[in-house]
Design a protein around this ligand. Structure first.
Ligand SMILES: *Cc1c(COP(=O)(O)O)cnc(C)c1O
Ligand code: SF4
Length: 377
C-alpha cells in the first residue's frame, strides 16, 4: 500500500518544461498543513487544545491546502470553513446510530472499487486521497485503510464489469477525489470508458473547485473536453467558499461544455440555516452551477457532531421554495440505510384529499382547492 506522501510525490513527477500553472496545484498540495505542528502554528493552538485533538487526528488524518486555509477567519473558532477541515475532538464522540458504512456500500460492491446499486448507473471509487479531508466525509471508513489509488489490475476488473453490463449508461467517478490523479492517468480511464458504446454519460465527483481550484488548469480542461458528455458534480457547503478562484474554476469547466452541479451536505453550525443556504445556492447560480442535492448528513462514525434533524432540512427547503428561483432549490435527500437508495423529501404542500378534490397549501401558507379534470384517472 502506498503512503500518502509517496502517492503525492509520485503524482508530482512531471516532465521538464511544464507550465508554471500546472505546478501550481502541486505546490498547493506540497504546502498543505497535514501535521499537528502545522496546525498549531496556523491556528495558534495551545498545548491543551492540541492534546484534545491527538486522538481524533490519529484516527482521521487531515490536510488543508493553503488556498482553503486562506478562506478561514482564524480568529473565529466557529468559522464555517474551519469546521469543515480542522479536526475536532467531537470526531471521537460516539452516538448509538453511527456506523462506519451505514449506506451499505461494501455490501453493494460487486467488483473491488465499483458499487452497483441502481439499475442503470455505477459508482467507481478511483482513490481515497483528497486535497482536503472533509471532517464530515461519508467515506471516512476508507481513511483507516491508508491512502490508495486503484491499481492497473483493479481498473481492468472494473472495465470488464462495465463492459459486460450493457444496462450501465452512467458511470460516476468518485473517491476520494478523482482529480488528485494526474491528468494522464485520468485520461487513460476516460478513454477506456468512452470505448464502451453503452456508457452514455460519465460523471465526475470532485471537490477541487472548492478546495483546490488551481487543479482546474487548461491541461485538465482541454483533456476532459474530449470525452464529453461529462457531468461534473462538486461540493460547496457555504457561501464563504464562493470566491473569484472557485468561480473561475467552475467557469473553465462550464466553458468546456461540461455542466456543473453541486451536492451540499446539511451540516450543523455550518449551513443549517435558511438564509445561509439561500445565499449559497444563489451564489452557485451566479457561477452557473446548479444546486442538485442537499444531503441529510449520513450517520457515519466520526461525523455525529454535524448531524441535524430531518425537520431542519425540510424547514430550509420550505423557506426557499417559492421565495427564490426554483433553479436555486436543491432536492433534499436522505440516503437510505443498508443500500436502500436515496429518498427525496419535500415539505408537505398537500393538506388533504377527497377523491378528485385536493386542498393544497401555497408556499406562503395559504390554503386553496384544486381538482382533477373530470373523468380522468
Ligand atoms: C448517489 C449514488 C448514485 C447516483 O445517484 P443519482 O440520484 O443518480 O445522482 C449512484 N450510485 C450510488 C451507489 C450512489 O450512492
Ligand atoms: S472531498 Fe469528498 S471524498 Fe474527499 S474528504 Fe471531502 S467529502 Fe470526502
Amino acid at each position: 500500500m502506498e503512503t500518502e506522501t509517496e502517492q503525492v510525490s509520485l503524482e508530482n513527477d512531471q516532465p521538464p518544461g511544464c507550465s508554471r500553472e500546472k505546478n501550481d496545484w502541486r505546490r498547493q498540495l506540497r504546502n498543505s498543513i497535514k501535521d499537528i505542528e502545522g496546525l498549531k502554528k496556523a491556528f495558534s493552538l495551545n498545548a491543551a487544545e492540541v492534546d484534545c485533538l491527538a486522538a481524533a487526528i490519529s484516527n482521521y488524518p487531515f490536510r488543508i491546502t493553503p488556498y482553503y486555509l486562506s478562506l478561514i477567519d482564524r480568529q473565529n473558532p466557529e468559522d464555517p470553513v474551519r469546521l469543515q477541515c480542522v479536526p475536532s475532538k467531537y470526531e471521537e464522540r460516539l452516538y448509538l446510530e453511527l456506523q462506519d458504512d451505514p449506506l451499505g456500500e461494501e455490501k453493494d460492491t460487486v467488483v473491488k472499487g465499483l458499487v452497483h446499486r441502481y439499475p442503470d448507473r455505477v459508482l467507481v471509487g478511483l482513490t481515497d486521497i483528497c486535497p482536503v479531508y472533509c471532517r464530515h466525509c461519508t467515506r471516512k471508513r476508507e481513511w483507516h485503510k491508508g491512502f490508495w489509488t486503484r491499481t492497473a489490475s483493479e481498473l481492468e476488473d472494473i472495465y470488464a464489469y462495465i463492459s459486460d453490463h450493457k444496462e450501465i449508461r452512467d458511470v460516476i467517478l468518485s473517491g476520494g477525489d478523482p482529480f488528485i490523479l494526474s491528468t494522464e492517468k485520468l485520461e487513460a480511464i476516460l478513454k477506456r470508458l468512452r470505448g464502451m458504446s453503452h456508457v452514455e454519460i460519465i460523471r465526475i465527483g470532485t471537490r477541487c473547485p472548492v478546495v483546490l481550484p488551481q487543479r482546474i488548469d487548461d491541461e485538465l480542461v482541454s483533456m476532459l473536453k474530449k470525452y464529453r458528455p461529462i457531468w461534473l458534480n462538486t461540493h460547496f457547503n457555504h457561501p464563504n467558499e464562493i470566491t473569484p478562484e472557485s468561480a473561475r474554476a467552475c467557469d473553465r469547466i462550464l466553458c468546456a461544455g461540461i455542466p456543473v452541479n453541486n451536492q451540499t451536505v446539511l451540516l450543523k453550525g455550518i449551513n443549517d440555516d435558511a438564509a445561509i443556504m439561500t445565499k449559497l445556492c444563489q451564489g452557485l447560480l451566479r457561477m452557473g452551477v446548479r444546486p442538485y442535492y442537499l444531503f441529510q448528513c449520513d450517520p457515519v462514525t466520526g461525523t455525529g457532531h454535524f448531524r441535524t434533524s430531518i425537520d431542519k432540512g425540510l424547514e430550509i427547503i420550505k423557506a426557499m421554495r417559492g421565495f427564490t428561483s426554483g433553479l436555486c432549490v436543491p432536492t433534499y435527500v436522505i440516503d437510505g440505510l443498508e443500500g436502500q437508495g436515496k429518498v427525496p423529501l419535500q415539505p408537505e404542500y398537500l393538506v388533504s384529499r377527497e377523491k378528485d378534490h385536493f386542498v393544497f397549501k401555497s408556499y406562503k401558507g395559504e390554503l386553496f382547492k384544486y381538482h382533477n379534470p373530470e373523468g380522468q384517472r
